[in-house]
Design a protein around this ligand. Structure first.
Ligand SMILES: *[C@@H]1O[C@H](CO)[C@@H](O)[C@H](O)[C@H]1NC(C)=O
Ligand SMILES: *[C@@H]1O[C@H](CO)[C@@H](O)[C@H](O)[C@H]1NC(C)=O
Ligand SMILES: *[C@@H]1O[C@H](CO)[C@@H](O)[C@H](O)[C@H]1NC(C)=O
Ligand SMILES: *[C@@H]1O[C@H](CO)[C@@H](O)[C@H](O)[C@H]1NC(C)=O
Ligand SMILES: *[C@@H]1O[C@H](CO)[C@@H](O)[C@H](O)[C@H]1NC(C)=O
Length: 442
């Protein structure tokens, strides 16, 4: 009995001694740090001076214009990132900077509801603009529930898609999507949604190029797509040949792309996945020797976003509408929703129904950076925040049901998950809802 009591009394004492030891060692650590700082023999480490670059400047007089980047561009040398940053954004008046939230509810917070009466909004085979990358049923997918889900916000209803109302909004206008293959998927979805209300002889589409244009004579309107996966000028701007060993961008110039989109009335941008493939080479506009700097993808994306934001604030006609579509999630690891499993999106047939589910394919530091840049832009740009709602849709990707450009090897065919596409989205499907959200915002 006595022994037990002694132990009980001793225990808090031990804890106290231990805590005291920790406090002492922290203090000791701090004093030694102070000592280091005050050590006269120690040369203080010089922080690299941050220099700022004004983006989107035309070549100054007397200087030869910088060469255009293309897929043959190479860096003559590569050094560490110098720390240069983009200076952007003449401060908008405080009242303007405040993000005005006129909406009564957050339409991006909600759940997926199986609704085979109103979805899909078009048939896969009825859409003449369908891509073989996205036509999952045509390429053998037999479970079709992925076409029947409706997005239901928690506290309100999304505006019902109306093709005639959408066309009225577009009458006499140019709507342009700018970005990567995810944005192209959304553009194709938009064409599929819109084409039913046009007659075949009054519409046309230009052949595939960096800028592809769908035109309706009846509405005197165009719906266009510009391939610009990194937003700023890069060596990956060729819409077909962009599988390169190194990514080179001009972090401070978006002028080449902007010349293509500056006359559009409604602009829909995206960028994300291309920054996730490793370090990026930076070729600043004032460089004449091909000397690149290397920076991680997130840092490089931030520079590109700021150069884009500078263009939006200083060069874009304020009557024009700008939307930014947030990152599109991937479903590469089934263990994220099915612990212990080793697959990916292959064979998934239903959405995730855990509210707030978040996967590793949606990078949080990237999201915070995008929040910061868009926050500074304020109401000038409408955010189409597709990330959380698409996170739930592990069933929405083509997996093996699409056209693959390279012949598949027998060992791939025997393990379908190994070559599944868990990045893009089947149509009809998730991107139709992104467009419904876009419609809701126009
Ligand atoms: C003291 O500093 C060292 C590194 O200088 C660190 O590893 C250790 O965790 C620190 N101890 C405490 C208690 O902060
Ligand atoms: C729609 O779904 C309901 C419930 O799952 C089912 O009973 C019905 O047959 C489906 N209708 C069609 C046209 O697929
Ligand atoms: C068609 O739209 C353009 C603007 O995109 C406008 O300049 C032109 O006058 C319109 N044409 C007709 C016939 O309405
Ligand atoms: C790389 O160096 C060569 C030879 O000095 C030069 O001709 C070329 O323009 C340089 N590359 C770039 C991208 O500036
Ligand atoms: C998008 O939504 C997520 C929550 O799902 C939020 O954390 C993020 O800040 C939003 N991004 C923007 C740019 O509004």
């Amino acid at each position: 009995m006595y022994r037990w009591n002694r132990k009980k009394n001793q225990f808090p004492l031990l804890v106290l001694v231990f805590l005291g030891f920790i406090v002492c060692s922290i203090l000791y650590n701090e004093s030694s740090i102070r000592q280091i700082n005050h050590d006269p023999d120690r040369v203080p480490r010089k922080q690299p001076a941050v220099t700022f670059v004004r983006p989107n400047q035309l070549a100054r007089r007397g200087k030869a214009p910088v060469g255009v980047l293309d897929r043959f561009s190479r860096c003559n040398s590569t050094r560490e990132y110098s720390g240069r940053k983009i200076r952007w954004g003449e401060a908008a008046p405080a009242s303007e900077r405040r993000r005005v939230d006129l909406e009564r509810c957050n339409v991006f917070s909600g759940r997926w509801v199986f609704d085979n009466a109103s979805f899909p909004m078009y048939g896969e085979s009825e859409c003449p603009y369908m891509s073989d990358q996205l036509a999952c049923h045509k390429h053998g997918r037999s479970d079709l529930d992925y076409q029947h889900w409706r997005w239901q916000p928690h506290n309100c209803n999304l505006k019902r898609w109306s093709v005639t109302e959408m066309w009225e909004k577009l009458r006499g206008k140019r709507l342009m999507f700018v970005g990567d293959s995810l944005n192209r998927g959304q553009w194709i979805s938009m064409l599929c949604l819109l084409q039913s209300a046009t007659s075949e002889d009054k519409r046309s589409i230009t052949p595939n190029a960096a800028l592809t244009i769908f035109r309706s004579e009846e509405y005197n309107a165009t719906v266009e797509f510009l391939w610009a996966p990194l937003l700023v000028e890069s060596n990956s701007d060729d819409p077909v040949n962009h599988r390169l060993d190194e990514r080179i961008i001009r972090p401070d110039s978006i002028l080449k792309h902007a010349s293509q989109w500056e006359h559009a009335d409604i602009l829909v941008f995206n960028t994300y996945l291309w920054w996730r493939q490793g370090p990026v080479k930076l070729l600043w506009s004032d460089d004449r020797d091909g000397d690149c700097e290397e920076l991680d993808g997130l840092g490089a994306m931030e520079l590109a976003m700021e150069t884009w934001a500078d263009w939006v604030t200083t060069k874009l006609d304020p009557r024009k509408k700008v939307l930014f579509v947030t990152m599109s999630p991937t479903h590469l690891w089934s263990r994220e929703w099915k612990p212990g499993s080793e697959g990916n999106c292959y064979s998934e047939q239903a959405p995730i129904n855990v509210e707030g589910h978040w996967g590793a394919g949606s990078d949080l530091p990237t999201m915070r950076m995008v929040d910061r840049v868009l926050g500074k832009l304020g109401p000038r740009v409408s955010v189409v925040n597709i990330t959380q709602l698409s996170e739930y849709r592990k069933d929405g990707h083509p997996s093996i049901y699409r056209k693959f450009w390279e012949a598949l090897k027998p060992e791939q065919l025997s393990n379908p998950a190994s070559y599944s596409d868990c990045i893009h989205w089947c149509l009809p499907g998730v991107p139709d809802v992104w467009n419904q959200l876009l419609f809701h915002h126009l």
